[in-house]
Every structure is written in C-alpha cells, then in structure tokens.
Design a binder for this molecule. Structure first.
Ligand SMILES: Cc1cc2nc3c(=O)[nH]c(=O)nc-3n(C[C@H](O)[C@H](O)[C@H](O)COP(=O)(O)O)c2cc1C
Length: 170
C-alpha cells in the first residue's frame, strides 16, 4: 500500500501533471495520487504523510474542487500527520497573489495540527506579494512551481524538493 497520499486540484491540468512528475520521483508504489474532486475524509485518514498540491486562481482564489473540499479540512485530525505542500502560480501575470492558495492550505492544515515540511527558498522568483510565505518571508511554505513563466525550472525544482522532503521524512 502507498505510504504517501498526494492530493491535488486542477483547472487546466498543470497541477495534475506536476503531481505525476512528483510521484515518479519517489519509489514505485510509494505515492498514491488522488484528485481532490474525488476525495473523501476517509482518503485523507488513510495516510500519515500527505502531499497537497494546488494552483491559485482568480487573484488569490482557490481552485474550485479544493474550495468545495475546504470545509472538510476542518473535520480532519492532522495532529499525527506530516504535510508537504506544492503550489502552482504565475508570478508575472499574478505577482501580487503569487501562490496564495498554497499559503491558505498551509494555514488550514497547520491549524488542524499538521506538521508542515518542505519549505522552499524564494530565490529565483520575482513577485510582488504572496500569502504563501513563511513568517521569516525568505521561504515559501512549500514548493513553488510556475508553469506559465518558468516551466524549464520545474523538473529540477521537483527533484530537489523531493530529495529535501525524503530527507525530512528520514
Ligand atoms: C483566471 C486565472 C487566474 C489566476 N490567478 C492566479 C493568482 O491569483 N495567483 C497565481 O499565483 N497564479 C494565478 N493563476 C495562474 C495559475 O495558477 C497557473 O496557470 C496554474 O499553472 C494553473 O494550474 P492548473 O492548470 O492546474 O489549473 C491564474 C490563472 C488563471 C487562468
């Protein structure tokens, strides 16, 4: 059985694509990829380790399937769970809202007791504002992917981040 549940939402498929690329960087069978549109609380409860992926849409808004699932997050006990996050956004077109939804997701699961791992440095990105920053503002709360303007960086970013997450998980 897979030991990591990767839940993603997507409008145009980029987050699904990145989810599958991340899955392939782990050993075969370790990561189960689940579309949040088809997920239930029970699916979350199966896993102690979660990877959650979301794009940001509509000037800092949630992807609709994540938005629909959102109330469920508050009825899941994350206190024994480790969560790594990744977000997709467009730092040029939406630079004042870059990856906001990933930040909202981090806040929601942290509030429910999750241990969040996988912070990612802000170097190499050029944006105005983001709700996805750590308190020190020198990292994002999770992996930052920009398929709109930096797609040539995505594979290397995913590889480095997965190594970092694997190290954090021991
Ligand atoms: C209407 C629209 C609004 C968007 N708003 C934001 C935003 O506020 N912040 C951001 O970082 N990216 C924003 N984006 C960029 C998307 O997050 C990005 O294109 C992402 O790769 C889409 O992922 P998906 O294909 O999985 O839906 C927006 C894109 C669209 C089409």
């Amino acid at each position: 059985m897979a030991s990591i549940g990767l839940f993603y939402g997507t409008d145009e498929g980029h987050t699904e694509d990145v989810s599958e690329r991340i899955q392939k960087l782990f050993p075969d069978g370790e990561v189960e990829v689940i579309n949040i549109a088809e997920a239930s609380n029970e699916d979350f409860e199966e896993f102690e380790i979660l990877i959650l992926g979301t794009p940001t849409l509509d000037n800092g808004g949630k992807q609709p399937d994540w938005e629909e699932f959102w109330p469920n997050l508050y009825s899941i006990d994350f206190s024994q769970k480790v969560v790594a996050l990744f977000g997709l956004g467009d730092q040029v077109g939406y630079g004042d809202y870059f990856l906001d939804s990933m930040g909202d997701l981090a806040e929601a699961v942290s509030g429910q007791g999750a241990t969040v791992i996988g912070e990612w440095p802000i170097e190499g990105y050029d944006f105005g504002a983001s709700r996805a920053l750590t308190a020190s503002a020198d990292h994002f709360v999770g992996l930052a992917i920009d398929e709109d303007t930096q797609d040539d960086e995505t594979d290397a970013r995913c590889e480095a981040w997965v190594k970092q997450v694997q190290a954090a998980l021991g």
